[in-house]
Design a protein around this ligand. Structure first.
Ligand code: OKV
Ligand code: MN
Length: 242
């Protein structure tokens, strides 16, 4: 009995080793699980489900094969693949969830999020988020020809890379007060998220009772998988290749 959580793979055509590691994980480890949760930033960028990028088909097929083995797959959007839509989810056999969302994990209420909404001190990013979350702007963007979308997205990524170079670690990490507020709001004592690429289990006190925040890692140098069972949680890293 176990439920698996991954996030922040940031898959792209330039890193076939990371895609290969994910496919191996989906073929070997995930079929034994009760469910798989992908907590965002599965892809490095996403400009529409109609993008003919062969990577998308490869990843969709690997997830679909898992879902056909009766392992439910849930997806929460990240800040990079927030445009990933129902068409792709269907091809991959995944169910899209909102951010944040509460699940029942072996009897415990658990709060899941990508985690970017907790980084309230990163004002530059929060502005980007406010703009790109406008429904009408998304609608407009998705109706542009693919080549225009590619050009805009490429430019925005270049800009963002320059801005992030000048930000401190504290600004890019989660705000503890935002964590407390979200847990309280949803009546949870355990939160699981990604985004910061700082894998860790944080134990702390919330209103006089123990609480826990588990942060998943990225897949750049090694895989990062959280396995939860009725006995507890294990945050593991696994080599990208044998
Ligand atoms: C994803 C991030 C690029 C961060 C653009 C409206 C607008 C969507 C978009 C374009 C960019 C996603 C979809 C990408 C995340 C970046 C740069 C910084 C901090 C519009 C709706 F505004 F142009 F109309 N985009 N892409 N960033 O390349 O995947 O997360 S992206
Ligand atoms: Mn992220």
């Amino acid at each position: 009995m176990s439920t698996l959580f991954i996030s922040d793979l940031h898959l792209c055509a330039q890193r076939p080793d990371m895609t290969a590691a994910l496919v191996r994980f989906l073929e070997r480890d995930a079929p034994k699980a009760d469910a798989l949760y992908v907590l965002g930033d599965l892809f490095e960028f996403w400009i529409g489900d109609d993008d003919p990028n062969p990577l998308h088909r490869q990843v969709a097929e690997a997830f679909l094969a898992l879902s056909r083995q009766d392992v439910p797959i849930y997806f929460i959007h990240g800040n990079r693949d927030f445009l990933l839509g129902k068409a792709f989810a269907k091809r991959a056999g995944m169910t899209l969830l909102g951010d944040p969302c509460v699940i029942d994990l072996y009897g415990e209420r658990v709060l899941l999020s990508h985690g970017d909404l907790l980084c309230t001190l990163d004002l530059g990013y929060q502005k980007f988020r406010r703009i790109t979350q406008q429904k009408w702007l998304r609608w407009l963007f998705l109706r542009l020809p693919l080549t225009r979308r590619q050009a805009i997205a490429c430019k925005m990524r270049g800009q963002s890379q320059m801005e992030n170079a000048g930000k401190s670690q504290t600004i890019m990490d989660v705000t503890p007060a935002a964590v407390d507020a979200l847990l309280r709001q949803h009546g949870c004592r355990l939160m699981i998220h990604g985004h910061t690429h700082r894998p860790a289990v944080h134990d702390f006190m919330l209103d006089g009772k123990p609480a826990r925040r588990i942060v998943l890692g990225d897949w750049f140098e090694q895989g990062s998988v959280l396995s939860c069972s009725p006995q507890g949680q294990r945050l593991e890293s696994r080599p990208l290749s044998e």
